[in-house]
Design a protein around this ligand. Structure first.
Ligand code: AHR
Length: 612
């Protein structure tokens, strides 16, 4: 392998080359990245009509002591459903309540992770015509062990209108399968609405689950595409993600049923929170909006203007002045400064659909008129032929077998060097080669990404998909990060991406394999200066996709003898005993990068590349 690090062979890699794609799929957000522990906090999961669906809320007590129903008496106009609890038992008299009282509990998303010493904020809305004495507790999964508890006591006049109550609970023990209980031993009728429980220690205090965000930060993503995917489209337009329904006070958000991945979300993780997450990660937000097209219905181009206005308003929300109509709402939410929104995508995977081109053009012209600098991403693939409409970037999605993915390292070799740039916004090996995340998949994807680096004059952005899976609701395999309420691990594809964490904005150099008896090898070389130690680094990445051991001689040419010398080196390997090895909660790092110090560091180095 000859690596030429002279300036003549150098080409800057786009600052945005590697990022992440977050989709609300597999409970990635609700019951995942968003740290809200209560599932269906507003009792709206069945929609706006009653009786609604209160799942996974359940009842503590029996019909002789308690009747629970839903009505539309909430104080929140956009989510009218409230829970009505008629308590028939009492602490004295003929019908005495069971020990601990009667009421309701919420197990969260397959159990709440409550940790000893940590503080949890419970917020709820309550109403009653009588005085109340409600016990708020965090308990184990069957209510037997109390991890934290307090009482809400209020007079009838205090709660005759809806009242917000907030309590802090400090846990005295740890249990990853806990639940929240609201119980009483006092006869009467109580209404509840918008019951939330959040840990106080979220990422930067912004409501994100820290351990999951740390995994993202480790990849140094330069952008985050959100919130989908198919989630943006919906099976039907009425169930698509519509940003205006996801902003403002959390209590007032209606929530919606994502009918592609088939679960309810309270939309605590809304448009504002996605922009905030991008900022917290130092990544540029890439907002994908619905363009009037779902999987099964579409708006005619002649009627698409309300959708266009919605997109313009969304851009104003993100980056308008705090005095603008939508910018002022962002400011009220605590972010007066604009978010750095530079990219938007018009729809997801809609290119072939009847109205896409017409709708797209309406969006493009209106956005460019109002915001000439915004970069607009089309769903139509421009890798093999020119687009017939204007765009700064085009989406390219690939889900395929390992061999095909590896060969796609050359996919962009012949793409026209002029025109819109490619955004490989979803890629992954899928099917039997991938299982739930195999070494084989990661190797093939690594080969593909080396091809992307080499073609980064025409590919400006790349993100793996999907990013997250909550093991309790696996809608898609494989995924980069697997988690439950308390644990997580990265799949080999996650760890593979960490090899590219320094590539965005680095310098790409010629790296030429001269022993081309094998087509199973691919290599690239980058240099960059580390801002922490201010030293320059050369990283050579090589994938051995074959079954043979390779003795590789690496020559580094073009070092300026006056200014540069190689002072040390590390070798980091991602491999495993078996090609189909996967990580798991039991063996989270079975397939993970293994760094070693190399004794050799020089212009000539001999490296042994094991098979795979
Ligand atoms: O990543 C999973 C799905 O794959 C996305 O929602 C969609 O864009 C693609 O079909």
């Amino acid at each position: 392998l000859v690596v030429n690090v002279s300036e003549t062979s150098a080409r800057p890699i786009p600052e945005t080359l590697f990022g992440i794609f977050f989709e609300e799929i597999n409970h990635a957000g609700a019951g995942g990245l968003w740290a809200e522990l209560v599932s269906n906090r507003g009792f709206e999961a069945g929609g706006p009509n009653t009786p609604s669906n209160i799942d996974p809320w359940s009842i503590i007590g029996d019909e002789s002591s308690l009747v629970v129903s839903t009505d539309r008496s909430s104080c929140f106009d956009r989510n009218k459903v409230a829970l009505k609890m008629e308590v028939l038992c009492d602490s004295e008299g003929a019908n005495i309540c069971q020990p601990g009282g009667v009421g309701i509990y919420n197990p969260g998303f397959w159990g709440m992770n409550i940790e000893q010493g940590k503080t949890y904020k419970v917020v709820l809305y309550v109403r009653s015509s009588e005085s109340i004495n409600i016990t708020v507790s965090l308990t184990d999964s069957n209510g037997g062990q109390i991890l934290a508890t307090t009482n809400i006591i209020a007079s009838a006049s205090d709660v005759s209108n809806w009242k917000m109550v907030e309590v802090l609970l400090e846990a005295k023990a740890t249990n990853p399968k806990s639940r929240l209980q609201l119980t009483t031993t006092r006869k009467g009728v109580i209404w509840f609405d918008q019951v939330s429980t959040m840990p106080l220690d979220t990422y930067k205090g912004h409501g994100f689950r820290s351990d999951l965000v740390d995994m993202l930060a480790n990849l140094k993503p330069r952008f985050i595409r959100f919130p989908g995917g198919c989630f943006v489209e919906g099976e039907w337009l009425r169930n698509a993600f519509r940003w205006k329904e996801t902003i403002g006070a959390w209590e007032q958000r209606p929530g919606h049923f994502g009918d592609v991945w088939m679960y309810w979300t309270d939309d605590g993780l809304g448009y504002f929170e996605f922009l905030q997450l991008a900022e917290d990660l130092g990544a540029l937000p890439i907002w994908v909006f619905n363009n009037g097209i779902s999987h099964n219905d579409q708006v005619d181009t002649s009627s698409v203007l309300p959708f266009v206005q919605e997109a313009l308003d969304g851009i104003e929300f993100a980056r308008g002045s705090p005095n603008s109509k939508w910018g002022s709402i962002r400011a009220k939410m605590g972010h007066p400064e604009p978010f750095d929104l530079r990219y938007v995508a018009v729809g997801n995977e809609d290119c072939g659909k009847k109205n896409y081109r017409g709708n797209y053009i309406k969006f493009y012209s209106a956005i460019k008129l109002a915001y000439p600098d915004i970069q607009i991403i089309s769903n139509c693939d421009g890798s093999s032929r020119q687009l017939d409409h204007q765009a700064e970037l085009y989406d390219f999605h690939v889900y395929t077998s390992a061999n095909d993915m590896f060969s796609m390292a050359h996919k962009f070799d012949h793409t026209s060097r002029s025109g819109p740039k490619a955004f490989v916004s979803e890629y992954a090996v899928t099917g039997k080669d991938a299982g739930k995340g195999s070494l084989l998949a990661a190797l093939a994807e690594a080969g593909f990404l080396i091809g992307v680096e080499k073609n980064s004059d025409v590919v400006n952005m790349t993100s793996y998909a999907p990013l997250f899976v909550n093991v309790n609701d696996r809608r898609w395999s494989p995924d980069a990060i697997v988690f439950d309420s308390s644990k997580l691990y990265g799949t080999p594809s996650y760890w593979m991406q960490s090899f590219f964490a320094e590539s965005s904005g680095a310098i790409l150099h010629n790296a030429t394999l001269q022993t081309v008896s094998s087509t199973a090898l691919i290599a690239s070389a980058i240099t960059w200066t580390n801002s922490v130690d201010n030293r320059s680094y050369l990283r050579i990445k090589i994938v051995n996709f074959g079954t043979d051991l390779v003795n590789l001689k690496i020559s580094v040419d073009g070092l300026d003898p006056n200014t540069a010398q190689l002072s040390g080196s590390n070798k980091t390997v991602l491999t495993s005993a078996n090609l189909m090895d996967e990580n798991s909660f039991v063996e989270p790092k079975k397939v993970a990068p293994t760094p070693t110090r190399l004794e050799i560091a020089g212009k000539e180095m001999n490296i042994i590349l094991s098979p795979h």
